[in-house]
Design a protein around this ligand. Structure first.
Ligand code: ZN
Length: 205
């Protein structure tokens, strides 16, 4: 890792962009929908290994790195818990997720297989997050996101989460995907990042 820091809990937000909630036929949530990936699912390498015989979809997301422990009390304080911004892919076994949803079961197995939490470990340490982010697959834009389209802001998410958990330094939050999710294929060349910042390049194997 580029920083002398160990990742702790991996929290994720579902349905945080109207466009994506609609493309999967879901309702718009009235409070942040939180789920988790296991810490062992983190992949910061340049390769994405997808399990064979599975259709794995990419969800491009802004990833927050939490820099301190405790419980923030308001929006300003919540913002100070963020020590870095990056992008990542919340890889999803959509077929399995749909089956689990139908059965009313947790999404866990569809969200946390080996290497399913792709993170660009080069976090940007600025006070504000860059507004626009993108995913290119084989030189073509696949997903584009703008923070202004988020249903719940980073601070909303942090305040909501802090009612449930105590943050640890090194916690990660995937903040939700814009529309355009789709399947990855072996050999795909991936580029992701914030506009006007160096991208993270990966290849699917
Ligand atoms: Zn996601």
């Amino acid at each position: 890792m580029s920083e002398n820091l160990k990742f702790e809990n991996i929290y994720c937000v579902g349905r945080n962009f109207v466009g994506h909630a609609k493309e999967l036929g879901n309702n718009i949530p009235t409070s942040p929908l939180i789920f988790q990936k296991s810490n062992s699912a983190v992949n910061i390498k340049e390769t994405i290994e997808i399990p064979s015989h599975k259709i794995i979809e990419h969800e491009l997301e802004v990833v927050l790195l939490i820099g301190k422990e405790g419980v923030p009390k308001n929006h300003e304080e919540a913002h100070t818990y963020i020590s870095g911004f990056s992008t990542g892919l919340d890889l999803t076994d959509r077929h399995l997720q749909t089956e689990l949803k139908k059965k009313g079961m947790p999404w866990f197995a569809s969200k946390t297989f080996k290497g399913s939490a792709i993170i660009d470990a080069n976090f940007i340490h600025e006070y504000e997050c860059p507004q626009e982010f993108y995913l290119m697959v084989n030189q073509k834009i696949r997903q584009e996101g703008n923070l202004k389209d988020m249903i719940f802001s980073f601070e909303d998410i942090i305040l909501h989460l802090s009612k449930i958990v105590d943050f640890k330094k090194g916690d990660i939050i995937f903040t939700g995907t814009p529309e355009g999710v789709g399947a990855l294929e072996r050999g795909d060349q991936i580029e992701m990042g914030f506009n006007n910042y160096p991208p993270k390049k990966l290849v699917v194997i």
